[in-house]
Design a protein around this ligand. Structure first.
Ligand code: CMX
Length: 427
């Protein structure tokens, strides 16, 4: 008989705990990283100082989910990806059906959430709306309920998983509601019990189906953005907040606040904005020379080119390649897509010549906007909300595993500039 995710995890956790104890007892003193002054000042880049089992990001190949390169699993449903992030394996067909049913059973958005969203100023950013809605739902936290009653540390993961199911069951409906409230006077489109998460989200946004392509694009979008190991701003924030035993509603909302920054998830909004600006400036899809000139204009005015560069990657992000391949298949004649594609041939050369960015290649945010725009999602201020729906899978799976493994409260040591100066004997 098919197992629920909870049953599956219950079976896995004892062995994982045993392994962790063995590692700590037998090899706790083993050194895995050293830290330089530049790393302490420079955003802790490259310091190995936390454990994340859901995925890794390799500089030369990109996102690897539980040992599988993202390009090899991009056709999977987001629901299958979430199961994989947590358990390390894809669900069987029966397990998937049961899991989807459970998610649907968790899908009711409380009415007070809609009231909160409708009460927010019209000018609120869609990310502020999404994060507020998730925080408003903290009222429902099973973790807080059980912890307050008195919960054994060994069982922390159980209500954490319950909260994760609740957040994952509702987040695409809330996200679609944010879109409808902000841009369409609040007429919500109800969720469908029959559709998978990607198709349901596309439908609730009110996008035209384009013979199933819109749902296909949405599934791809949700799958590609699912996770990016543990050290990026949103995952790390979620991890740190969760490590204080703040429940998943607090932790995910906090992580998404980090995703809302223009150097992180908001880059997708900025990126399409930059593409449309070039098109407006040059009256349509610009030539390579025009793109080159505009790229230099951007750099010379002290701005970054959104969608390019990465803190870890040193190659074209495979997630960009996946979007690009989808675009070439379905919208190769679209001028916005053509511009994105042309920018890809020009900007890396410009960034190399500029000589600052360690990685001149596109990241995921460079490619997604053109697709969304083509399928009718033209309000690019909304794009990071889509990213959030997907990334909540990574944040939630990491949090469930951390609670299962009893990961302690995060507390790295900071040092003062005077301490650094004394260390290096700087006058
Ligand atoms: N355009 C112009 N300059 C860039 C650049 C870009 N796309 N990417 C990096 N640089 C610059 C940095 O600003 C930095 O300049 P300073 O030395 O003047 O501070 C220099 O190159 C070195 O930076 P880096 O080590 O290559 O990159 P970081 O690890 O510091 O930062 C990132 C990584 C993503 C923030 C940066 O590449 C960037 O700002 N890119 C544009 C925004 C973007 O696309 N963000 C999305 C990333 C993916 C995601 O998280 O969603």
């Amino acid at each position: 008989m098919a197992k629920t995710l909870k049953e599956k995890l219950s079976g896995m956790i004892p062995k994982l705990r045993e392994e962790r104890v063995k590692l700590m007892k037998g090899h706790g003193d083993h050194e895995i990283s050293k830290v330089t002054v530049a790393q302490a000042i420079g955003g802790m880049r490259g310091i190995k100082g936390m454990v994340c089992d859901t995925s890794v990001v390799e500089p030369d190949s990109g996102l690897i989910v539980r040992g599988k390169p993202i390009m090899k699993i991009k056709e999977k449903l987001p629901e299958e990806i979430f199961w994989m992030l947590i358990t390390g394996k894809f669900p069987s067909a029966d397990e998937l059906a049961l899991f989807q049913k459970e998610l649907k059973a968790n899908g009711e958005v409380p009415n007070y959430v809609w009231k909160v969203l409708k009460a927010m100023p019209k000018s609120s950013h869609p990310m502020a709306m999404l994060d507020t809605a998730i925080l408003a739902m903290e009222n429902e936290s099973a973790f807080r309920r059980d912890y307050t009653k008195g919960l054994s540390k060994m069982d922390y993961w159980i209500p954490t998983l319950e909260d994760a199911m609740r957040i994952l069951g509702t987040i695409h409906t809330i996200a679609a509601g944010v879109y409808r409230i902000k841009y369409f006077k609040g007429d919500l489109i109800p969720t469908s019990k029959k559709l998978d998460m990607g198709a349901d989200y596309a439908k609730m946004l009110g996008l035209k189906p384009h013979k199933g392509q819109t749902a296909e694009m949405m599934r791809l979008y949700l799958t590609l953005h699912c996770d990016h190991e543990g050290g990026n701003v949103s995952a790390n924030t979620c991890h740190t907040v969760g490590s204080a035993l703040s429940d998943p509603f607090y932790a995910v909302s906090a992580g998404l606040n980090g995703l809302a920054g223009p150097l992180h998830g908001l880059a997708n909004q900025e990126c399409l904005g930059w593409i449309l600006q070039t098109m407006e400036k040059f009256g349509g899809a610009p030539s390579e020379k025009e793109i080159e000139d505009y790229a230099w204009e951007t750099l010379n005015s002290g701005k970054v080119i959104p969608g390019y560069g990465h803190a870890v990657l040193r190659v074209t992000d495979p997630r960009f390649s996946a979007f690009n391949a989808f675009g070439k298949k379905y919208l190769s004649k679209d001028p916005v897509f053509q511009t994105v594609d042309r920018v890809f041939t020009v900007v890396p050369k410009v960034l190399k010549k500029h000589g600052k960015a360690k990685n001149p290649w596109p990241n995921v945010d460079a490619g997604s906007g053109a697709l969304l725009y083509y399928y009718g999602l033209t309000q690019f201020e909304y794009y990071t909300v889509l990213f959030s729906v997907s990334r909540s899978m990574g944040m939630l799976s990491q949090q469930v595993l951390n609670r299962a493994m009893g990961t302690p409260i995060t507390r790295p040591k900071s040092v003062s500039t005077d301490w650094l100066k004394a260390l290096v004997k700087m006058k």
